[in-house]
Design a protein around this ligand. Structure first.
Ligand code: NDP
Ligand code: HSE
Length: 431
């Protein structure tokens, strides 16, 4: 057996504590699989005195010194951009490999981290950064490297899926469900990252970068969270046999002249209750991948939580250790396609619009005229009457998102429209 691979663990919270536990409990198995003992050389936390359960001789609050000490691999499970970015760059520049679950960092600084890894011949692995336990990034990076991926769409945030599932099934309130998701260790340290879609947008950036061989950052991803979703939206979806999910969608869009661009977006959308993503409840994640030769693939599993995420981290750690033992490297960044990013306004989407309108002759015609003026085609209309008000539900065909937005704004100004009850995009069905 080769010399031990010495590991610095940065962060020992929800995920880090599970990584430390599994590293200790499965030391012999991991050594056999890696071809060398995988040895925990130090653990950096913010408050060492709060961790009586950990081996005290390994604990430090000085992460920087630990990174620069005689370790081979840095496993980063702290989160956020700074000071972690600087520590990981130092590690990579010194040829130490890095394993991280930090999607926020990768979605912003992937290019410089990859360049540092490449220039020093070190590994940068981050399977746990997207969809927790689900092996997804390695299939995109390696298994599908010979195919042409056209779309990646899925549920990549466990916290919001937990909340939306509860709202749909039990009618539970938003605040109590978020509290439960935090207690279970799914939510980020600042849960607005989950609720406002930042976490999913970071993951979409990572997925789009890998799928389309293009550098996509979080700033390139159109982002909407679930903060504005209320019981009325959930009910409107149910009435039409749909459910609401926060989706990350990464698409290769081909225009009329054959020019390609990348659309990366995160928003809550209605999907048919018969769609496979509709049955994905709780903190589970599921991601569809469409590729020219492979066709449709689906990845499903636990998308958040300590042990599931630790599984992905340890998988990376074994891969990195194996590379060290044989003297090789894992895959480098692949950004050769450098496709342009398609602005959200130019991206084709479909809308579900629910309105309260005056119940009198000519109203439907006035509303329909607005759609025609914006060149938006209507796919279905449903009307339900009560006293002097009618509730109108309209589902459109695909149109440029900016045209759909303009249509909604215009409709809201009509005198005959009493209230726009719910506006949401529709995904997962033919346009
Ligand atoms: P936690 O908040 O549970 O743990 C963070 C850890 O980092 C704590 O041990 C904390 O120390 C330590 N820490 C914070 N600041 C410093 C610092 N300056 N120096 C040294 N240590 C520090 O986070 P999670 O385990 O939930 O998440 C960790 C990472 O994994 C994040 O990037 C997150 O996005 C990602 N992730 C999380 C998932 C989950 O389900 N929780 C799933 C997938 C990815 P102390 O304990 O003393 O406070
Ligand atoms: N907060 C994240 C989620 C953790 O809820 O999905 C997993 O990345």
């Amino acid at each position: 057996m080769a010399d031990p691979v010495k590991v610095a663990l940065l962060g020992c919270g929800t995920v880090g504590s599970e990584v430390a536990r599994l590293l200790t409990e499965q030391a012999d198995e991991l050594a056999a699989r890696a071809g060398a003992p995988v040895e925990l050389a130090g653990i950096a936390v913010r408050r060492p005195d709060k961790h009586p359960e950990l081996p005290q001789h390994l604990l430090t609050s000085d992460a920087e010194s630990l990174v620069l000490s005689d370790v081979d691999v840095v496993v980063e499970l702290i989160g956020g951009i700074e000071p972690v970015r600087g520590w990981l760059l130092s590690a990579l520049h010194k040829g130490k490999s890095v394993v991280t679950a930090n999607k926020a960092l990768l979605a912003e600084c992937s290019a410089e981290l990859s360049e540092a890894a490449d220039s020093a011949g070190a590994d940068l692995y981050f399977e746990a950064a997207v969809a927790g336990a689900i092996p997804l990034l390695r299939p995109l990076r390696e298994s599908l490297a010979g195919d042409r991926i056209t779309k990646v769409m899925g549920i990549v945030n466990g916290t919001t899926n937990y909340i939306l599932s509860a709202m749909d099934t039990t009618g539970s309130g938003y605040a109590e469900t978020l509290e439960e998701a935090s207690r279970l260790g799914y939510a980020e340290a600042d849960p607005t990252a989950d609720i406002d879609g930042y976490d999913a947008a970071s993951k979409a950036a990572i997925l789009a970068s890998l799928a389309f061989h293009t550098r996509v950052t979080a700033a390139d991803v159109h982002r909407e969270g679930i903060g504005a979703i209320g019981a009325a939206d959930i009910e409107a979806a149910k009435a039409l046999g749909r459910t609401v999910k926060l989706l990350a969608i990464c698409e290769r869009v081909v225009d009329g002249e054959g020019g390609e661009s990348v659309s990366a977006r995160v928003y809550p959308a209605m999907i048919p209750r018969t769609h496979q993503l509709a049955g994905v409840g709780g903190a589970f994640n599921a991601v569809y991948v469409e590729a020219d030769a492979a066709g449709e693939l689906m990845f499903f599993g636990q998308g958040a939580g300590g042990a599931p995420t630790a599984s992905a981290v340890l998988g990376d750690l074994v891969a990195v250790a194996r590379n060290r033992v044989v003297g090789g490297r894992g895959p480098r960044e692949s950004a050769h396609a450098a496709l342009p990013i398609r602005p959200m306004g130019m991206t084709p989407t479909r809308y579900h619009i629910s309105l309260d309108v005056a119940d009198k002759p000519g109203v439907l015609a006035q509303v329909a005229l607005v759609f025609a003026e914006h060149d938006v085609s209507i796919a279905a209309v449903r009307q339900r009457d009560s006293d002097s008000t009618a509730s109108l539900v309209i589902v459109t065909h695909a149109a440029a998102d900016s045209a759909l937005q303009a249509t909604v704004n215009h409709i809201a100004e009509l005198d005959v429209v009493r209230e726009v009850i719910s506006v949401m995009r529709v995904e997962g069905e033919d346009s």
